[in-house]
Design a protein around this ligand. Structure first.
Ligand SMILES: [Zn+2]
Length: 350
């Protein structure tokens, strides 16, 4: 009985920690490529005092929407259960690897592939090209894939440890630690294969966007076609880049609201749907993409009193629907509206 209680607690902890804001990722000030440099950054300890555990101080924009668990949240929960029920499950190691992987993917610059087998490589090329033309942002934007396979590779793991684990003094010690972890995880079917270890979709102000295999796989399991999941995530994160670019102009609009982060998330869904449906964008019809917004990937949450709240699934679906309708209404005109015009249209849709 006690074990069950502890497991549920851990599960809840994980679910909460995963309500991560993709738009509020801190500005990176460190040199971008660190794969072969020495340790400069310490792996941060898990902070239990993160925003998700604080008492809510801000009210959300709307509390009238219903909040049921989406199919995506169900598969997410199942995925975590598989991890914590693994006989070799080790909480400390799980968060160590997850954080290590986050640091790595945040600083990695180099060859990339998207999806477990690179199945989204061509689509990524196409969508990135389209998005560049669609909104013409004045910044370098690059996309890193995140894969659990990286954590299973001795060379990569040793490099990560050497670069980001301050308790390790040199390459030899990093290799020893990597070997030890890989030996331990050999007997496990979940560490680090579980999607928990590559479950990120976020963007940084330095132009980085990250799309992990875990999010894509779990979205597919919940019924969202893979190409829609990938295109939706990409378009959503791309809009956060627009928000970074026009931060100095738009910031005031967000802060006029009681929950600026929520507003930014809803706007990213509005803009993503606009791109996905637009004739000069991805040219999907709403029926093809609505499942993606219904799932709201990991950010559609029901913690409506939390400062980190990103909107209930229903709120996000409505924002996306509005964006799609705007694109549909423009079909005959062809040329997409500028980022500034989309920002204005979104505010007017509220
Ligand atoms: Zn976002």
């Amino acid at each position: 009985m006690k074990t069950i209680k502890i497991s549920s607690g851990i599960l809840l902890l994980m679910l909460y920690l995963l309500q991560v804001s993709c738009s509020s990722d801190p500005i990176e000030t460190l040199p971008p490529s660190v794969r072969h440099t020495s340790a400069e950054i310490e792996i941060e300890e898990m902070s239990l005092s993160s925003a998700y555990f604080k008492t809510a101080t801000e009210a959300s924009i709307a509390k009238t929407t219903t909040c049921e668990m989406t199919a995506f949240q169900e598969v997410l929960k199942k995925n975590f259960e598989m991890l914590i029920q693994d006989p070799t499950f080790d909480l400390q190691l799980a968060f160590y690897l997850r954080d290590l992987h986050h640091k790595y993917v945040t600083h990695y610059i180099g060859p990339n592939y998207y999806g477990i087998d690179g199945q989204f490589n061509q689509l990524a090329k196409k969508r990135l090209r389209e998005l560049k033309k669609f909104w013409e942002l004045d910044r370098q934007i690059y996309l890193n894939g995140q894969h659990t396979a990286t954590l299973q590779d001795f060379r990569y793991l040793a490099d990560m440890i050497e670069s980001f684990d301050r308790s390790v003094r040199n390459a030899k010690e990093a290799e020893m630690k990597a070997r030890h972890i890989l030996n331990y995880s050999e007997s496990s079917e979940q560490i680090p294969e579980n999607h928990f270890f590559a479950l990120e979709a976020f963007t940084s102000s330095n132009g980085l966007m990250v799309i992990s295999d875990g999010i894509l796989e779990l979205l597919e399991q919940s019924g969202v076609p893979g190409e829609i999941a990938f295109s939706g995530l990409l378009a959503h994160e791309w809009w956060h880049q627009a928000q970074f670019e026009f931060q100095h102009v738009w910031e005031g609009d967000y802060f006029e609201s009681r929950n600026p982060e929520l507003l930014k998330e809803l706007e990213a869904d509005f803009a993503a749907a606009y791109f996905l449906v637009h004739k000069k964008g991805a040219t999907y019809n709403w029926k093809r993409i609505d499942s993606f917004f219904e799932m709201s990937f990991n950010s559609g949450d029901c913690l409506i009193d939390s400062p980190g709240h990103h909107g209930t699934p229903a709120q996000r679906l409505q924002a996306a629907r509005n964006g799609a309708e705007l694109a549909e209404s423009e079909k005959s005109k062809g040329k997409p509206q500028s980022a500034a015009a989309i920002h204005k249209a979104f505010l007017e849709s509220l």
